[in-house]
Design a protein. Structure first.
Length: 217
């Protein structure tokens, strides 16, 4: 039986990052351009992109729903894991983020595979049909997570993947006096996930922690 990995610290995570499939030149440039354009630096980490890529390939995913596009960094990682006729429907409420994402998606190797749906995910998700996706990735406003999960459990087919970012609440999950107002939302969501009969899920401690789950019924 393996032991708890209590020795893992920053140097270990740096090692893991250095030995994981990395961003190519386009993604490195995308991150830099997003910063120059003033987008907040809240995209997932490269090793989380690689994790999503592995999981989507294993799931044989063709249709993916994303909540929270930002600059399309994660959308590109995911689209690259799909077959040529695959599609990512990515939802973004901020017009400037959506504009940036569409500009760079059009110049990417997955042009035409990612649709940016503008608007509040709470509204847009309702338009997506039952069982119309093989996977979903939730990475937006934390207060909305319970509703997004409920919708994604309807939209993602049985056996499909549901991933959710920020399970470690920006590093403040266990802090007795957290400063980020979203920490209580993340804590509440982390209690909600294991109580879902329809989901088998685990927190993977990469980036800010990513829930990875499979819809089981
Ligand atoms: C953490 S960023 C997404 C990062 C992106 N998934 C990536 O890794 O490249 C969260 C995004 O969700 C968007 N957002 C926040 N609330 C939203 C809502 N209610 N509906 C849709 N998008 C929302 C924000 O504008 C922001 O662009």
């Amino acid at each position: 039986m393996s032991k708890d990995q209590q020795h893992l610290g920053p140097a270990w995570f740096a090692y893991i990052r250095d030995h994981t499939t990395r961003d190519d030149e386009f993604l490195v440039r995308l991150r830099r351009e997003a910063q120059l354009a003033g987008l907040p630096p809240i995209a997932i980490q490269p090793e989380q992109g690689a994790l999503l890529g592995v999981l989507l390939r294993l799931a044989g995913a063709r249709e993916v729903v994303e909540v929270g596009t930002l600059g399309a960094y994660s959308a590109i990682w995911m689209a690259r894991a799909l077959p040529e006729d695959g599609r990512v429907r990515s939802i973004e409420i901020d017009p400037e983020h959506a504009n940036f994402a569409e500009h760079w998606l059009a110049r990417s190797d997955v042009a035409g595979m990612v649709e940016v749906h503008r608007g509040d995910a709470a509204v847009v998700l309702r338009r997506f049909a039952d069982d119309s996706a093989d996977a979903a990735f939730i990475d937006a406003d934390k207060a909305g997570y319970p509703g997004y999960l409920r919708e994604c459990l309807r939209i993602v087919r049985v056996g499909g993947l549901i991933a959710v970012d920020n399970a470690l609440a920006f590093g403040q999950l266990l802090d007795p006096n957290p400063t980020d107002p979203d920490v209580p939302h993340v804590r509440a969501f982390n209690e909600l996930v294991p109580a879902q009969d329809a989901l088998t899920a685990v927190i993977v401690p990469l980036g800010d922690g990513m829930w990875v789950g499979v819809r089981r019924r």
